[in-house]
Design a protein around this ligand. Structure first.
Ligand code: SF4
Ligand code: MG
Length: 333
């Protein structure tokens, strides 16, 4: 498959008055054309920060502190702001959870989309309008000519999210990053939007990074999954590998806390809280909540162990070099 993105050792910190919050700590991700990668985790696990870092739109005082993001042979972390602006929106697009944050309430939907087309694709006003109406059709907005002239407040939540998707697709991006794009919508509309994304992906062969905390959505949509916890990827693999052969105790907890595998079934809290990323633990970030934690888990970060060529997890239980795996009496819980 044609690889689009290759993220290596990416780290992001936020310098705050209290100190440096290490929000993302050395993560690795790959994305190919036509593929959907889901990044799943609780809020605060670093999934949104990761996507914003890839797009270079981190909120202040967020800063990329290490690693690279290769796209088309270029490292996005070192591109000039100007070069990055050309890629953003045109080759790599993003859809956020709250459509309203991406839409200007004082401008018609049609104008907002056609402005992007004029800017990135150097179209005339007339060409941009024709193409915008086509885009509104593509995302299945009824009466696109009428809708073109309406303002965001005249759209329902689901329609607004479709309009935002149309805007994101305006320049035929190679990569679409969708950060919880359906979370604010009811389950039926959510299903329709996901189906729309799948259909558009089939036609356009985009790579999609889908950020969610909803395992039902992951099962429905993703090809591969990366599970994030406290700024690191604790397990990654194909959907089948992660749902049928999960290896990391955090994922066991997530799956066990799901009543049913359908859309809208949110992750229920696993007892305890994630570590403070001002002072990330020396060892496994999940140790304080893990029923299987051993002495070594507190002392050293587990390395990534391969389960298959496409599946890996970072847990001492999988590490043949773990000193205490065979010594349950050393268990701290
Ligand atoms: Fe639990 Fe240890 Fe595995 Fe971390 S490394 S998930 S603490 S068993
Ligand atoms: Mg988020």
């Amino acid at each position: 498959m044609n690889q689009l993105l290759d993220v290596t050792d990416l780290s992001v910190s936020f310098n705050t008055y209290a100190g440096e919050v290490k929000a993302v700590r050395g993560i690795n991700l790959q994305l190919s054309a036509g593929e959907t990668l889901a990044i799943v985790g609780e809020s605060g696990s670093g999934k949104s920060v990761t996507s914003r870092a890839i797009m270079r739109i981190l909120k202040k005082p967020g800063k990329i502190t290490g690693g690279r993001v290769l796209y088309n042979g270029k490292d996005l972390t070192t591109l000039s702001d100007k070069a990055m602006q050309k890629i953003r929106g045109a080759e790599i697009s993003m859809v956020f959870q709250d459509a309203m944050t991406s839409l200007n309430p004082t401008m018609t939907i049609g104008r907002q989309i056609s402005e992007g087309l004029k800017k990135h694709q150097k179209l005339s006003s007339k060409e941009a309008k024709t193409q915008t109406v086509e885009l509104l059709k593509k995302v299945e907005i009824p009466n696109p000519e009428v809708r073109y002239k309406q303002y965001p407040h005249q759209f329902s939540g689901g329609m607004r999210q479709r309009a935002v998707i149309a805007m994101a697709l305006a320049c035929n991006p190679k990569v679409l990053i969708a950060d919880e794009p359906t979370t604010a919508l009811d389950v039926t509309i959510q299903g329709q939007i996901l189906e729309l994304l799948r259909d558009l992906q089939n036609v356009l062969n985009m790579g999609i990074i889908f950020i969610t905390h909803d395992l039902g959505v992951v099962a429905n949509l993703a090809d591969r999954v990366a599970v994030m916890y406290a700024g690191v990827i604790v397990e990654t693999g194909t959907v089948d590998e992660l749902f049928y052969n999960p290896k990391h105790p955090y994922l066991w907890g997530l799956l066990a806390s799901m009543p049913k595998l359908h859309m809208g079934s949110k992750l229920r809290a696993i007892p305890g809280t994630p570590p403070n990323l001002l002072t990330p633990p020396l060892g496994c970030p999940f140790a304080a909540r893990c029923p299987y934690a051993m002495k070594v888990c507190l002392e050293e970060m587990p390395a990534r162990s391969d389960v298959s060529p496409t599946h890996s997890a970072a847990c001492w239980l999988l590490d043949t070099n773990a000193p205490s795996v065979s010594l349950p009496q050393e268990s701290i819980v």
